[in-house]
Each structure stands twice: as structure tokens, then as C-alpha cells.
Unconditional design. Structure first.
Length: 297
């Protein structure tokens, strides 16, 4: 059984290629194997360009997609071990199944279809993020941004939010980065006590949440930040300074559901950088680059 790997789903789209390149870069940083996964589709053969070989079956087209992406991954990071798998499950089901052993699952934010039907049924990325057993990285078609060396965390006391916060601390420690912990005061609901203002209560809550995790990461410098905006606005506004956005969310028990919660969904679909959706705590590995973490589901 293959373990200690990052799985990336590909379908021949530009977003999938961006996801592939982000995933193989992550494998180099983590010293992990890359598993490229493709679920054959009747459209595969039709997507082949005029200079590509004529293919006689959906299976042949799928194998061609895998070979092409494997070659691109190896050219990008020659030191990374690359393997591939042709799955006969639906794409979301195949990636969700692999998430039981993977450290990360990586998908593009937009596949081939952008029709009303596909938006109603939910994208592969939404379905995988809603059900995966490990963190899921959603990479936009424009590709990743790297090099800002900041880990930005949206703080929440929810269970998935704690997982996301731990993930952010691990990443900050791995990168030697400052952990910028953002709390949206617009999300505060309880009234402050008689001896404290709303701002003071919010700051205390933020510091308390950080303290619960920070003891395990004494080398990480933290920078607490209070925002007056609502959670979605505060978090999306912060993405301009992030290479990666990490969103804590609650997973649905409905196998057909793609619901991530309003704030995680807003981040996943509007952030200009790759987004990590954390619903379950996996191995003590960190992702790469700058993170923005929240669980305002």
C-alpha cells in the first residue's frame, strides 16, 4: 500500500495543470511521493490536440492524460518520485477514497465544465473537500503564489478550526514564518462582561485560542490581529498577503452534499490563491508556503 504521498486529480484542464505543479512542488518540500489520479471521461479523446496521437478508446485517452501530466511533474521537480493511477470511479469518489491514506489531496478549482448543471451538482473540488479524510488543497487556474513567508490564521474555537490552527502552527514552524492570527470581531455574538469592552473580550478570546496550541510550537512567533469586518470579508481581504488560504470546515454525512459552510465556500471560490480545506486532522506534516486559516463555518 502506498503511503506518505500527495494525491492530485487531473482532467486535462488548465486548473488541473496548475494543481499538478503545486502538488509536485509540495512533494519536493515534504520529500513525499506524488500520486497523479485521473478518472477517464468520454470527452478525453475529444480534448486531444491535432498534434497528439489519435486514440481509440477512453482508456487510451486517460492513459495519455496521465503520461502527459507525469512528464510535466517530473520536468518540474526531477527529484520527486511520481506514480499514477487510472481510476474507474467518479473523480470525486476516487479522490475521496485515496484521501484515507494521502497526506494531502490536491484539485483544481475549475474543471472542464462551467455549465449551470455542473454548478448545481457541485464541482469535484467541492465534493472532495466536503468528504475527504485529509486536508484538501484547491488550486486556482491562475496557479499558486509563493514567497511571502507569512502564515495567516483565522481563529475559531470550533473543532475543525482547532485542527486548522494546528496545521497553521506546523506550517509556520516548518517555514520559520510568523503566524498572523486573525479574529473577526464581526463574528463575536456574546455580550461582553461589565468590566470589559467587546474589543477587549475579543482580544482575550483570540489570545486564549492561540495559547492552547502555541505551547507545542515555542519557536513560532505569533502576531494576533483583530478585524472589525465580518468573517468572510476579513478573511478574503487578507488573501492578498497569503500564498495559501487554509479553511476549517465541518464535513457532511450526506455523500452527495457539497456544502462547506458560507465562509469556507466564499474563501474556496473567491480567494486568488490556493485554498486548503481542513475537516479532519491528519499526520504531523505541514503544507508549504503562506497559509491563511479559518473555521468560520
Amino acid at each position: 500500500m502506498i503511503t506518505n504521498y500527495i494525491a492530485v486529480g487531473v482532467d486535462g484542464s488548465a486548473a488541473a495543470r496548475s494543481a499538478l505543479l503545486w502538488a509536485v512542488d509540495e512533494c519536493r518540500i515534504r520529500q513525499q511521493m506524488l500520486l497523479i489520479v485521473h478518472a477517464p471521461d468520454p470527452q478525453d479523446a475529444a480534448l486531444m490536440g491535432p498534434d497528439e496521437p489519435r486514440l481509440n478508446s477512453v482508456g487510451e485517452a486517460g492513459e495519455y492524460v496521465l503520461r502527459d501530466h507525469a512528464a510535466a511533474a517530473s520536468a518540474r521537480q526531477p527529484s520527486v518520485a511520481v506514480t499514477s493511477r487510472l481510476s474507474h470511479l467518479a473523480p470525486a469518489e476516487a479522490l475521496t477514497e485515496l484521501s484515507e491514506q494521502a497526506d494531502l489531496v490536491v484539485v483544481g478549482s475549475r474543471g472542464r465544465g462551467s455549465s449551470v448543471v455542473s454548478s448545481v451538482l457541485g464541482s469535484v473540488s467541492d465534493r472532495v473537500a466536503a468528504h475527504a479524510h485529509c486536508p484538501v488543497v484547491i488550486v486556482p487556474e491562475a496557479g499558486p503564489r509563493r514567497g511571502l513567508a507569512r502564515v495567516v490564521v483565522g481563529v475559531s474555537s470550533a473543532r475543525a478550526g482547532r485542527f486548522a490552527l494546528e496545521f497553521g502552527f506546523e506550517e509556520a514552524q516548518l517555514r520559520g514564518a510568523t503566524l498572523v492570527a486573525v479574529s473577526a470581531r464581526g463574528d463575536q455574538q456574546a455580550e461582553p462582561g461589565p468590566d470589559e469592552s467587546l474589543e477587549v473580550r475579543a482580544l482575550h478570546g483570540l489570545l486564549d485560542e492561540l495559547e492552547l496550541v502555541a505551547a507545542a510550537y515555542p519557536e513560532v512567533i505569533t502576531e494576533p490581529v483583530l478585524s472589525d469586518s465580518d468573517p468572510a470579508s476579513a478573511l478574503l481581504g487578507a488573501t492578498k498577503d497569503a500564498d495559501l488560504v487554509v479553511v476549517g470546515c465541518h464535513h457532511s454525512r450526506d455523500r452527495w452534499s457539497t456544502r462547506l459552510g458560507p465562509v469556507p465556500a466564499a474563501i474556496a471560490h473567491q480567494a486568488p490563491c490556493p485554498v486548503v480545506v481542513v475537516g479532519h486532522r491528519r499526520h504531523a506534516h505541514a503544507a508549504s508556503s503562506d497559509l491563511f486559516v479559518t473555521d468560520f463555518a
